[in-house]
Design a protein around this ligand. Structure first.
Ligand SMILES: [Zn+2]
Length: 196
């Protein structure tokens, strides 16, 4: 391979780093990737990676309205090329409980798609997301969600009034869109409500 070709390959495989270095628009690219993820435009590539890795398993239906891969999809994992999927049984059981008691009822009440912006997080993704070492995302017990066309405060208030949960947090970052963090555990739900 010629030197030029090698350089081209390196630049191409690190295109995001390269572009953000040159244009200093890292944030913009992250937002754009998130936009694609939310619009399900990225799913072709994602489905390909799922295909290479037990396609059918990660397409398992969870509850009435969700598929398992929706809980492993992660902007951070895509950006950092991390495999955020797991077959750990207790993680999957936690995801199923959260779906049955929280996510399916939300989906049915609003009758609109629920987007899981962050579900399960492997330790690497959790660290990059600046999650705590005791984060319920690490065991599949929590998900961050938005509902298409529904005001985030309305979603938060509805969950607060109608659901049983361990933690419900309305997360409003200084920059970007808000989301609702919701977690559910089989026993000892604390029904803790927070604004962050
Ligand atoms: Zn969260």
């Amino acid at each position: 391979m010629s030197e030029y070709k090698k350089i081209a390959v390196i630049l191409f495989s690190n295109w995001k780093l390269f572009v953000s270095y040159v244009f200093k628009i890292n944030l913009f690219i992250d937002d754009f990737i998130m936009f694609l993820v939310n619009r399900k435009v990225v799913t072709k590539g994602e489905q390909q990676s799922i295909k290479n890795n037990d396609e059918d398993f990660f397409k398992i239906k969870v509850g009435k309205h969700f598929k398992l891969y929706e809980f492993f999809r992660s902007k951070i994992a895509i950006t950092h090329n991390i495999d955020n999927k797991t077959k750990n049984q207790s993680v999957i059981e936690n995801i199923m409980l959260l779906t049955e008691h929280c996510l399916d009822p939300i989906r049915e009440n609003f009758d609109k798609p629920v987007y899981i912006t962050s579900g399960y997080r492997c330790p690497k993704v959790n660290k990059l997301a600046e999650g705590t070492s005791t984060s319920e995302h690490l065991i599949g017990r929590a998900s961050d969600i938005v509902v298409e066309g529904v005001d985030i405060k309305e979603l938060f208030e509805w969950c607060k009034t109608n659901l049983k949960f361990n933690q419900l947090i309305l997360e409003t970052p200084k920059k970007g869109n808000s989301w609702v963090h919701i977690s559910y555990r089989e026993h000892g739900n604390k029904n803790e409500v927070k604004l962050m």
